[in-house]
Design a protein around this ligand. Structure first.
Ligand code: DOR
Ligand code: ZN
Length: 422
């Protein structure tokens, strides 16, 4: 029997309201026992003294670019980034080429990620065939193939009728519909519409492009009873709309990306195209509203929206594709808010593990006995730099490149197997 023991760590597991110094005994990939001072002489020991021990992180929003754009990332490099960032489960977006709108492409992702064997890669299927926004995908076939959610991410679903039918069908299947909310009749530009866009003369994406779709989808969720997850919320009014519909009882959840919490549109002046994302970086007022929404539960979880693009594509802001990488830096970003006194450790773990697992109805994000032994062990104070030596992505498009970051994953364990060691 394979035994592993994580000793002397400071355990934080919101799923069972547990916080303190505990040891964890893992047997055959499963959490066997949590207790003070577990003695198991035959077990492999991981000494977590001075480190925080949490359930493995779960990221509901990752772009792996595989199949089709493997010069940016592939399932192997993306999996390496994930486990280095403490993620044991990631949901990969279907805007690949071909898109994940058919079972055989889904099988390809599942087989390749299993063969690599680092983190669990769970595919999101498309809402519409070819992500064209017209004809619904075969949800039943995609779910049977292994899809855990549906989204056309990268693009919104423009037709209210299509979105309504997607929510109706997915509520029967018990599956989450996620939407990239940005009405593309308004959101055709490069950056947030406001003072900065006027000053530097770039094309614009006004906040209402997002808010209109957030409102529409919340109404459809309320009326159909279909579970809706709003991806990368970025504006104050979006937060207020979500808060209103949650209070009304709509089955709505929401995520926020680290970049919308840490940066504002001014970051474009420093980082150029590496600060271009969709939805765009907004204002300080929006950023503050997102932080309040984390605290009152209006926003349920973090999601990296890890979106690799090659250096040659990230030239001019106006022409470059949107997105930044984020798997390896997500924890450091969350801990920045911890150090500012905004989030405590329990909240950080809730946002990165407990809540995303719950929303996706996955049996992870917990260290309860008999759960799969997915464990992330991190040093909240360790400093490191994302650079050529430490970066595991095929891309390097992030404003955090070369910056000293604080907080580092030291060990990642998936189903009892050590998949990353600092
Ligand atoms: O910034 C983004 N990049 N937002 C998206 O919705 C898509 C993503 C991508 O695929 O690059
Ligand atoms: Zn998106």
């Amino acid at each position: 029997m394979l035994k592993l023991i994580v000793k002397n760590g400071y355990l934080v597991d919101p799923s069972q309201n547990l916080e303190g110094n505990y040891d964890i005994l893992v047997e055959n990939g499963v959490i066997k026992k949590i207790d003070k001072n577990i003695f198991a002489p035959e077990a492999q020991v991981i000494d977590a003294k001075g480190l925080v021990v949490s359930p493995g992180f779960v990221d509901p929003h990752v772009h792996l670019r595989d199949p089709g754009q493997t010069h940016k990332e592939d399932i192997e490099s993306g999996s390496k980034c994930a486990v280095a960032g403490g993620f044991t489960t990631i949901v990969c977006m279907p805007n690949t080429s071909p898109p994940l709108d058919n079972p055989s492409t889904v099988h390809y992702v599942l087989k390749k990620s299993k063969d690599i064997g680092l983190c669990r890669v769970l595919p999101a299927g498309t809402i519409t065939k070819g992500r064209k926004g017209e004809e619904l995908s075969d949800f039943y076939a995609l779910k049977s193939a292994g899809c855990v959610a549906f989204t056309d991410d990268g693009s919104p679903v423009m037709s209210a009728n299509v979105m309504r039918r997607a929510l109706e069908l997915c509520s029967q299947l018990g599956t989450l519909v996620m939407n990239h909310c940005e009405d593309d009749t308004l959101a055709y530009g490069a950056v947030n519409e406001g003072k900065l866009s006027a000053l530097i003369g770039l094309s614009e994406r006004p906040p209402e492009a997002e808010e209109i779709q957030v409102a529409r989808d919340c109404i459809l969720s309320l009326r159909t009873g279909g579970s809706l997850h709003i991806q990368h919320v970025s504006t104050e009014l979006s937060v207020e709309i979500i808060r209103y519909f949650k209070e009304k009882g709509a089955p709505v959840s929401a995520e926020v990306n680290p970049h919308h919490l840490l940066f504002t549109e001014e970051e474009l002046l420093r980082s150029g195209a590496n600060a271009k994302v969709n939805p765009p970086l907004r204002t300080e007022k929006d950023r503050k509203a997102l932080i309040s929404a984390l605290l009152d539960g209006t926003i349920d979880c973090f999601a990296t929206d890890h979106a690799p693009h090659a250096p040659f594509e990230k030239g001019l802001i106006e022409l470059s594709p949107p997105g930044m990488i984020g798997l390896q830096t997500a924890l450091s970003c969350a801990l920045e808010l911890y150090r500012e006194g905004v989030l405590n450790l329990r909240k950080v773990v809730e946002l990165m593990s407990t809540n995303p697992a719950r929303l996706l109805k996955l049996p992870f994000g917990t260290l309860k006995e008999n759960s799969p032994a997915d464990i992330t062990i991190f040093d909240p104070n360790k400093e490191w730099v994302l650079n050529e030596e430490t970066n595991l992505s095929k891309s390097k498009n992030t404003p955090l490149w070369g910056k000293t970051l604080k907080g580092k994953v030291i060990y990642t364990i998936k189903e009892g197997k050590l998949v990353y060691k600092d």
